[in-house]
Unconditional design. Structure first.
Length: 419
């Protein structure tokens, strides 16, 4: 097993290029299974979850391969509609093959999806959408089986703006005759990216960036090229890293308009953020001010995926910051790890109060999920001696070589074999 060894206590400076968005590339790759043609998905991040998506597509009989920054998928040869546990369990996005296979084959047989351990993470909304569109589903042991039957477009009002359920409902609606309206849809920019991809491949979908998506089903789909948007959460992670350490960064390719809740919080904390040359320049003082209470919300509210990195950024701030996690019931596990660094964090259920400290102590930390791992790296970058972060397989699932990116802006971070 490997670990990061990090010697912190120094500011960050320089430039970093933001990669393609994990949470956009993954639904787009699943959607390729609907299309009997070749799609070239450019700016795909080189991360473990994309490797898992390629493995699932290959298992289904598609040809899927990397060419530089692109992943190409030729789904003409898709010949099966089952995904085994060993592949489903690798990530949460494997559940999106439910919608893609229902549309392509009228049938799907899946195991439970994997993904970060953030709470229960049910898929009841995904199954509710399938049933509302006319499909039937049942379980046989650990397997979920779904059959299209006679599906028809209809109005779907989601109980909550679930990102994954919105994406799955979109993919299911592609194969349903008539009009499907997805109301109370999630509005994350990654969903707009999926809609733009689908439209580029011939789908008749409108309403992106709003809470109501409309699909005219059964449009003939064809292959084509698509460029994945930049990763909002990688951007937020680097912003929180420089905010926590102090210094100045240029984030090439960043789109600040897609994460205003994060840039607003960092501006309140004393960072100076300016658009520059197709990216974003961020300058941070040696010590932040508390940004006030941070409550996670569906987009455009403060994103839950940036909650852990921001908490790590404010552990040395000159005051108290409150956090309320409203999206996932178990997404404050990084708080306990940050306290091992000497942070002063008190947790009350889904709330946490962070009192800024002046000094941190290096120690060994263990990542329990993707954004927790990023937070622990940001915390360790603020402690003057050498800390170790284990469990970096979680980080590898969603960040393309985070250590190299941080080294490029002055961080002392090395990959070592875990003792
Ligand atoms: C997506 O997960 C993202 N993952 C998550 O990012 C992100 O945190 C989350 O959306 C919220 O923005 C990908 O896009 C691959 P949800 P998803 O369905 O789709 C409940 C990361 O770090 N819910 O919007 O699983 C659910 O339990 C990852 O990159 C149901 O109750 O999130 C949660 O409380 C972590 N029933 C809330 O909705 C359902 O059927 C939001 O979940 C589905 C969800």
């Amino acid at each position: 097993m490997e670990a990061y060894e990090i010697r912190g206590g120094r500011p960050l400076s320089g430039a970093v290029t933001i990669h393609g968005a994990k949470n956009s590339a993954l639904p787009i790759l699943a959607a390729c299974a609907c299309i009997s043609g070749t799609c070239r998905i450019d700016n795909c991040p080189d991360i473990a979850d994309v490797d898992t998506a390629i493995a699932i597509l290959s298992h289904l009989g598609c040809r899927a391969w990397r060419e530089g920054r692109a992943v190409l998928v030729d789904a003409a040869g898709l010949c099966r509609c089952d995904v085994p546990q060993v592949l489903m369990g690798g990530m949460r996005s494997s559940v999106l093959f439910l919608g893609a296979l229902l549309t392509r084959c009228g049938s799907a047989e899946l195991a439970a999806p994997g993904g970060c351990s953030l709470g229960c993470r049910p898929i009841d909304l995904h199954l509710w959408a399938a049933e509302a569109l006319g499909a039937s589903w049942w379980c046989e042991g650990e397997r979920l089986l779904c059959r299209a039957g006679t599906m028809a477009g209809c109005r779907l009002e989601l109980r909550c703006p679930s990102v994954g359920a919105t994406e799955n409902a979109l993919l299911m609606a592609l194969g349903c005759p008539g009009t499907t309206v997805i109301a109370n849809a999630a509005r994350e920019p990654e969903i707009a990216d999926l809609v733009r991809f689908l439209r580029a491949m011939g789908a008749r979908v409108t309403g992106e960036d709003t809470a109501e998506l409309t699909v005219e089903g059964c449009a003939p789909l064809h292959g084509g090229d698509y460029l994945v948007m930049p990763d909002r959460m990688e951007t937020a992670t680097y912003l929180c890293a420089v905010a926590g350490c102090g210094g100045e960064l240029l984030l090439r390719g960043a789109r600040p308009e897609t994460l205003e809740a994060v840039t607003d919080a960092l501006s309140r904390a004393g960072c100076r953020l300016e658009r520059e040359a197709g990216g974003l320049r961020a300058a941070a003082p040696p010590r932040l001010q508390p940004p006030g209470c941070v409550i996670t919300r569906p987009y455009p509210g403060f994103p839950t995926d940036a909650q852990a990195p921001l908490m790590a950024a404010v552990i040395r701030a000159g005051g108290t910051t409150g956090f309320v996690e409203t999206i996932f019931e178990n997404r404050l596990r990084h708080a306990e790890q940050l306290c091992r660094l000497g942070a002063d964090i008190t947790q009350y259920g889904a709330r946490a109060v962070v009192r800024g400290v002046r000094q941190l102590r290096s120690t060994e930390l263990c990542a329990t999920d993707l954004r927790c791992g990023a937070a622990l790296v940001i915390g360790a970058l603020q402690a003057e001696e050498v800390s170790r972060v284990t469990g970096i397989g979680h980080i590898r699932r969603g960040y393309e070589d985070l250590a190299a990116g941080l080294r490029g802006i002055g961080a002392d971070i090395a990959l070592t074999a875990e003792a």
